[in-house]
Design a protein around this ligand. Structure first.
Ligand code: GUN
Length: 268
């Protein structure tokens, strides 16, 4: 799967670079972080690096965990004139403000999500787009219709919007979550299984068969090592195609932050 991911990455990057050359408006991004969550630091560094490499403006607003109030985030959101994102998770019960669609580069806000549900041309959450890229590359760009997909996870930023996007593409979608009786599910019925629960070991590689595509969205730290939601048993080889962690979905998401910032610059 690593080479498939690399091919997707290179072709998306080339596509985005050529789009930037044709734009009339500048591509800008503001990233807001609160505190110093170690995983967020890595994600944010990757986003800033990509913008820097392409000569694009990316401002990083760093707020202190102890003193930041919800009102501070709300003011930043209200003042935003170009794409902005609030890196999650936020500490101390703070929540990301509900951004209007024209600055919502994550596509997490109610306006963008409403557009998605209505099948309009929404800015899609980056992890959803990365998952769609992998399915397209593996199953064929025009083969979503009738594709049987299981989505395990019901988060607002991956599971729910992904299920809706797949429905928009006429896939047959089954939705599961950590409270579902996962042991009773016949996983062999699905062409594609996307696992995005944030719980390592919720499924394992022995449960899948040849011909299936398994997309592991989870990123967990276990014994100091980065691992996905799927447990890979020592000595048990799965014939299914399973995306790696790290170097799978996560490698592609950063590109879609850029893609969404371009989309917002194209139609402000
Ligand atoms: N934290 C983990 N993934 C994401 C993402 O895609 N966007 C934001 N804002 N925070 C995240």
């Amino acid at each position: 799967m690593k080479s498939v991911i690399n091919t997707i990455y290179e072709s998306k990057l080339a596509e985005l670079k050529s789009k930037i050359d044709t734009l009339h408006a500048p591509v800008k991004l503001t990233i807001v972080t609160v505190g110093d969550d170690p995983a967020s630091k890595v994600y944010v560094r990757n986003k800033i690096r990509l913008f820097d490499e392409l000569g694009l403006e990316c401002n990083h607003v760093i707020l202190a965990e102890e003193s930041t109030k919800q009102a501070d985030l709300d003011v930043l959101a209200q003042k935003a004139k170009h794409p902005i994102l609030f890196q999650l998770p936020l500490p101390n019960g703070l929540i990301a403000p509900d951004l209007p669609a024209h600055v919502d580069v994550d596509g997490f806000g109610s306006e963008a999500l409403g557009q998605l549900v209505l099948g309009q041309n929404a800015v899609l959450p980056c992890t959803v787009q990365a998952t769609i890229d992998i399915i397209s590359a593996h199953c064929g760009e025009y083969n979503f219709s009738g594709l049987k997909v299981a989505v395990v996870g019901r988060s607002n930023i991956v599971g729910k919007p992904l299920a809706i996007e797949l429905i928009n593409r006429q896939s047959t979608v089954a939705s599961f979550n950590s409270c579902s009786d996962l042991a009773a599910v016949d996983w062999n019925r699905y062409d594609v299984i996307v696992v995005a629960t944030g719980a390592h070991g919720i499924l394992d590689n022995s449960q899948f068969i040849e011909g299936q595509l398994i997309i592991d969205v989870g990123i967990n730290r276990v014994d100091g090592k980065l691992v996905g939601d799927i447990k890979h048993h020592d000595g048990i080889f799965s014939a299914a195609a399973i995306t790696p962690v790290p170097g799978g979905v996560g490698r592609l998401t950063c590109l879609h932050v850029l893609g969404n910032a371009i989309k917002l610059a194209e139609c402000p």
